[in-house]
Write a protein that binds this ligand. Structure first.
Ligand code: F3S
Length: 639
C-alpha cells in the first residue's frame, strides 16, 4: 500500500510517529551544506555545543562564493575547512564541483534521508534518496542529532510513459510540469515519479527533474531505485550502496498526473519566473546575447557531451558569449578524456571552474538588456546581477543550438550525433578532505567571520510599524540578494543586512534602524526560491518581529520560525490592500497564539482589525516564544 516516499518517511520516523498532514520528526542520515549557507550553519552548530556530528555522513561543499576579489570568501573557506575537520565533516574544496552534482556522484544513496542547506538538495531524489532543502539552522540541528520537523506532505504521483525524442531532454520534462502546475504546484507535496517511462531516464536526467521540483515548491521529488540506479552506483564504484526501492503496486496517492515523454517538446521559461513556460517552437528567432550551460540542474557528463555534439565542427555565433561550467571535476575529467572539451573550446566556448558561478550571480553578469539563455533552474529578476537582463531557462540542447545560431533554435531541427553514456568513470576524491577530528588544530576565523546574532525572547505584546508592503512571489533573492557584491557577507549579518530588500525599497535598512524594527506584509508565496536562512536572519537582526502574507514558501516559513519572526496569514485579500507602509500594527497577548486558532492583529492607524490564521504547530509556537530554534534547543535538552 505505501508509496515510496511513505516507506522512507516511516522508516525514519522518530518514535514511529507518522500521521499524514501532521508534523513528524524525521531522522536524518546525511547532511550537506554549501559555503553561502554553511558558514552560518556551522556557527550555529558551534552554538549548539556538541563535539562531533552525529549523522552517518556530513559534507561541507565550497561551490557558491568562489570568486576571491577580497579576503572575505577565502576567510569563509578556511573557517569551513577547519571546522569540518574538528567536527568530523568531510570537506569538498572549491573547484571540486557543485554540491548536488558531487553528492549525487559520490554519496547519495537510495532510501537514505538527506537534509541540505540548499533548496536544490532534492536533486538526490534522482538516485532514490529522500532529500530535503532546509535552512542552515535546521541542518545544524540535524548534524547535532536532532530529528528534522516536517509536516507530512501529500504525495503526488507523476506517471511517465514512453521515451523522449532526440533533441528533447529531462529539462523539458520538468519545464513542462512547471508550465502545467506553476511555482506553487508542488507546495506541501512530495512528487514521486513512476511509470514505464522512467526506465530510459538516466540518474543525472532523473536528478535534473528532481532538482527543479524545488521550483514547483515541492518538499522533495523522488524516483524509484532500479536497474538504472544500480548501474550508476556500480559505475561510481558504489555498488554496495544499491537497494531496490519502489512504491507498492497498489500504493495510494493524493494526486496523479500522466505525462507522455514522446509528446514533450523543447520548452523555455521566459523572464522572470521558472513557470513562465512556452514551447521553443513558438519563440524561435529570438535574438540571444549570452548562453550559459551548467549549474546543479544541467552540468552532467551527458549534458556537456550533447552540447559538444551540437557544437562539433561549428562556431559560437559572433554576437553570443557561450560559457560552460562543468558540474564536477569528475565531469570535467570525463569530457577531457573523451575529447569533448576540445570540441567545446574549438567552437569558442569559455570554460569556467566547476562551481555554481553565474547561477548565483558570481561573475558573467549579462550586458544591459541582454537575452541570456541558461540551463539553470532560476531566472528571478536581478539574480544574474544585471537588472535589465532577460534570463530564460532551457535545456542544454536548446542552449547549444541557439549559441551557434545567435537566435533561439528548436534543437530537433539541428542534426547531431547522439553521444554514448560512459560506464567506466574516473574516480578521484582527492579534493574531498577527510576529517581527522584533531581538536588541537585551531578553528580559523578571519575578520569576515562575525559572531552569530542571537534573538531575544518574543514579547507578549508589541506594536510595530509596517516598514514594507510587497506583492506576490517575493523571492529570497529579493529579501537577501545574491551576487558578487553581497554574497561575501554571508558570515557577516551586520553588513549583509544593509542589502535587505535593496531592490524593492532603497531605505529599508535605514527605516529599520529609525523605527527599531517593524513588520513586513506581502502577498502570495512569500519567500519562494532558495533555502538561504539569511533572508530570515537578516530581518531578525534588523528587528522585524512579524511577517503577514497571503501564503509562504515552505523553507522560508520554517526559517522565520527558526529565527523567532512570527509568520501570520491574511484571511481576506482586502486586508493586505487596506494596509499602508508606516501603519502601526498591534500584537496583543501572544500567549493566546494557539495551534489551529486565528490570531487578531489590530491596525491602530486605520482603526481596524485583521483576523489572521497561521500554520504553526504548538512546537513552532514554543520556538517562536523563545526567540527561535537555537534558544529553544539550548533551553530544552529533549528538543
Ligand atoms: Fe548552485 Fe545555482 Fe544550484 S547557486 S546549488 S548551481 S541553484
Amino acid at each position: 500500500m505505501p508509496t515510496l516516499s511513505e516507506k522512507i518517511l516511516r522508516a525514519h520516523a522518530a518514535n514511529n510517529a507518522f500521521t499524514k498532514g501532521k508534523q513528524m520528526r524525521l531522522k536524518i542520515d546525511q547532511t550537506l551544506t554549501q559555503d553561502a549557507t554553511g558558514t552560518m550553519a556551522y556557527l550555529q552548530l558551534e552554538a549548539i555545543g556538541i563535539k562531533r556530528v552525529k549523522t552517518e555522513l556530513s559534507l561541507s561543499y565550497v561551490d557558491h562564493n568562489t570568486l576571491q576579489n577580497g579576503y572575505e570568501n577565502a576567510d569563509d573557506h578556511k573557517y569551513l575547512q577547519s571546522i569540518a575537520n574538528a567536527y568530523g565533516i568531510r570537506f569538498s574544496k572549491a573547484g571540486n564541483g557543485i554540491c548536488h552534482q558531487v553528492h549525487l556522484e559520490r554519496f547519495a544513496k537510495p532510501g537514505c534521508t538527506l537534509l541540505g542547506s540548499d533548496s536544490h538538495t532534492p536533486t538526490a531524489g534522482g538516485i532514490g534518496a529522500l532529500a530535503i532543502g532546509a535552512g542552515g539552522l535546521d541542518v545544524a540541528c540535524a548534524m547535532a542529532g536532532y530529528p528534522f520537523t516536517l509536516t507530512v506532505p501529500k504525495i503526488m504521483q507523476v506517471v511517465l510513459h514512453g521515451k523522449l525524442q532526440k533533441g528533447v531532454s529531462a529539462k523539458d520534462v520538468i519545464l513542462t510540469l512547471l508550465g502545467m502546475l506553476s511555482v506553487k504546484g508542488g507546495v506541501g507535496k512530495i512528487i514521486e515519479y513512476s511509470g514505464d517511462g522512467i526506465a530510459s531516464l538516466t540518474i543525472p536526467e532523473r536528478a535534473t527533474i528532481c532538482n527543479m521540483g524545488a521550483e514547483l515548491g515541492a518538499t522533495t521529488s523522488i524516483f524509484p531505485s532500479d536497474a538504472m540506479t544500480k548501474a550508476f552506483l556500480e559505475s561510481q564504484g558504489r555498488g554496495q550502496d544499491y537497494v531496490e526501492l519502489s512504491a507498492d503496486d497498489d500504493a495510494q496517492y493524493d494526486e496523479q498526473i500522466e505525462l507522455y515523454l514522446d509528446q514533450i517538446e523543447p520548452m523555455i521559461a521566459l523572464p522572470h519566473s521558472p513557470d513562465q513556460v512556452k514551447a521553443v517552437k513558438d519563440r524561435i528567432g529570438m535574438k540571444i546575447d549570452q548562453v550559459a550551460i551548467g549549474s546543479c540542474t544541467n552540468s552532467s557528463y551527458m549534458d556537456l557531451m550533447k552540447t559538444a555534439a551540437i557544437l562539433k565542427g561549428k562556431r559560437v555565433h559572433p554576437d553570443v558569449s557561450l560559457i560552460i561550467s562543468p558540474g564536477s571535476r569528475q565531469v570535467l575529467q570525463m569530457i577531457t578524456d573523451s575529447g569533448a572539451l576540445h570540441t567545446l573550446l574549438a567552437a569558442g566556448a569559455r570554460l569556467l571552474e566547476c562551481t555554481c558561478g553565474p547561477c548565483i550571480g558570481m561573475g558573467q553578469s549579462p550586458q544591459t538588456d541582454a537575452v541570456s539563455l541558461r540551463t539553470f533552474n532560476r531566472n528571478f529578476y536581478g539574480r544574474s546581477g544585471t537588472l535589465s537582463a532577460k534570463v530564460c531557462l532551457v535545456s542544454p540542447e536548446t542552449a547549444a543550438a541557439s549559441a551557434v545560431a545567435g537566435v533561439l533554435v528548436d534543437p530537433r531541427t539541428v542534426s547531431f550525433a547522439m553521444p554514448q553514456d560512459q560506464t567506466s568513470i574516473p574516480i578521484d576524491d582527492s579534493m574531498i578532505l577527510l576529517p581527522d577530528h584533531d581538536l588541537s588544530k585551531p578553528i580559523i576565523r578571519g575578520p569576515n567571520i562575525k559572531p552569530l546574532p542571537i534573538n531575544t525572547t518574543m514579547p507578549n505584546h508589541f506594536t510595530k510599524q509596517v516598514l514594507i508592503k510587497l506583492g506576490d512571489h517575493i523571492t529570497t533573492d529579493h529579501i537577501a540578494p545574491a551576487g558578487a557584491k553581497v554574497l561575501p557577507y554571508r558570515s557577516n549579518i551586520e553588513k549583509l543586512s544593509e542589502f535587505v530588500f535593496q531592490n524593492n525599497q532603497k531605505d529599508f535598512y535605514l527605516n529599520c534602524q529609525k523605527h527599531q524594527g517593524g513588520i513586513v506584509v506581502a502577498g502570495e508565496n512569500y519567500g519562494q526560491g532558495s533555502s538561504r536562512e539569511h533572508a530570515a536572519l537578516a530581518l531578525m537582526y534588523l528587528g522585524i518581529k512579524a511577517v503577514i502574507a497571503k501564503s509562504f514558501a515552505r523553507i522560508h516559513h520554517a526559517n522565520l520560525i527558526n529565527f523567532g519572526i512570527l509568520p501570520l496569514l491574511f484571511t481576506k485579500a482586502e486586508d493586505l490592500e487596506s494596509i499602508d507602509e508606516l501603519d502601526e500594527l498591534q500584537f496583543h497577548d501572544l500567549s493566546q497564539l494557539k495551534e489551529g486558532q486565528p490570531f487578531v492583529v489590530y491596525n491602530a492607524t486605520k482603526k481596524t482589525a485583521y483576523t489572521c490564521t497561521h500554520q504553526l504547530s504548538a512546537h513552532d509556537i514554543a520556538i517562536l516564544k523563545e526567540g527561535g530554534l537555537l534558544n529553544y534547543i539550548r533551553s530544552h535538552t529533549d528538543a
